[in-house]
Design a protein around this ligand. Structure first.
Ligand code: AR6
Length: 341
């Protein structure tokens, strides 16, 4: 199930558990800790007093009291010194221990702040990377919806090099919608997107391929090609999953798609996904750019250079980086909608 990055005040999140970036005393403090205690009310502090504190890297759970969340998971992040004092290991442990507690209490949804990235001084881009890595790994094995809650967008940072790289790529590729080039591209896309609906005779394709001198197809290849032309999005998806030797669960988890949506797609041969969903599967299946365009066409979409979202996706595919969580991290930084459910 998916990882979502959202902008919000964590005390407003309607989830089974929210995570508190606490200190070892568990008796409250500033930042997100203060906000959670204020919103939950005095009974939270009373319960915290019974817990005997919490070591750095560990987590403890309490009720949510006046919060919309049923539980608060209190974890203590490391104070950042210079990165050579086991800070990353401790921060990873905070996420892992909190997720394990959430699982033990059968939480279906959990929201995290960026632990240690405030008063404790962990560089925000690195804190975000740790959160995404650990939560991403957990979600490949577990069914849960996990939110990373960003309080202040200005404080949200992805790695500087990645940000500059993507910004340059966008600069390079972006075409104004009114330039000839993009018109050409859009019309080519429009034409090719008609292909799946057009019934072609075997002989047309045969002669086209031979004239073009690119390849001579044997009967089997032709039959396969013809079948693929008429394939729907969901048929193509299931075929690709088979071809890649993946299980359904591997595929929808890597796509950041939840199980229910996947079942819907699987059982409805004519299911029309959103562009974000179609692309999420293309990423999960590690399709090339051409194959991605093919899959999008089945859903009635195309990639365009007049759209930042599309260019960012293209950037990651061209680099062979199919980590959906990292892609979403970048999409969020550029104010774009995220992939998956
Ligand atoms: N919702 C979501 N995120 C928030 C909120 C909120 N309401 N308020 C702040 N943040 P910090 P730490 C973000 O300092 O670095 C406390 O005093 C904030 O922008 O709360 O782990 C404890 O008692 C930042 O990105 O936690 C400890 O002594 C992130 O939450 C110490 O601070 C974490 O910032 C813990 O420091």
């Amino acid at each position: 199930m998916p990882l979502k990055i959202v902008r919000n005040d964590i005390t407003k999140m309607k989830v089974d558990a929210i995570v508190n970036a606490a200190n070892e005393s568990l008796l409250g403090g500033g930042g997100v800790d203060g906000a959670i205690h204020r919103a939950a009310g005095d009974k939270l502090l009373a319960e915290c007093r019974t817990l005997g504190g919490c070591k750095t890297g560990k987590a403890k759970i309490t009720g949510g009291y006046h919060l919309p969340a049923k539980y608060v998971i209190h974890t203590v992040g490391p104070v950042y010194r210079d990165g050579t004092h086991g800070e990353r290991t401790l921060l990873e442990s905070c996420y892992r221990e909190s997720l394990a507690l959430a699982k033990k209490h059968r939480c279906e949804s959990v929201a995290f702040p960026l632990i240690s990235s405030g008063v404790y001084g962990y560089p925000k881009d690195q804190a975000l990377k740790v959160a995404i890595d650990v939560i991403g790994d957990f979600l490949l094995e577990n069914e849960m919806t996990v939110y990373i809650v960003i309080f202040d967008k200005a404080a949200y940072k992805i790695g500087e090099k990645l940000f500059t790289d993507i910004a340059e790529y966008i600069d390079d590729k972006y075409v104004d919608e009114l330039t000839d080039d993009s018109y050409k591209r859009i019309s080519i896309n429009a034409l090719t997107s008609m292909a799946p609906h057009k019934k072609q005779k075997k002989s047309d394709i045969d002669s086209f391929e031979i004239c073009d001198c690119k390849a001579i197809f044997y009967e089997d290849d032709l039959d396969t090609k013809l079948r693929q032309i008429d394939e729907s999005f969901s048929q193509m998806l299931l075929r690709k999953i088979d071809e890649k030797g993946m299980t359904d669960a591997e595929c929808y988890k890597k796509a950041n798609i939840d199980r229910k949506l996947f079942s819907k797609i699987r059982s409805d041969v004519n299911y029309k996904p959103s562009k974000q969903t179609a692309l999420a599967f293309a990423i999960s299946l590690e399709l090339s750019l051409d194959e991605t365009e093919d899959m999008l066409r089945k859903a009635g979409f195309a990639l365009s250079h007049s759209n930042k979202f599309d260019i960012i996706i293209e950037y990651f595919i061209s680099k062979g980086n199919y980590n959906i969580f990292e892609i979403n991290e970048a999409l969020f930084a550029f104010d774009q909608s995220l992939l998956g459910a």
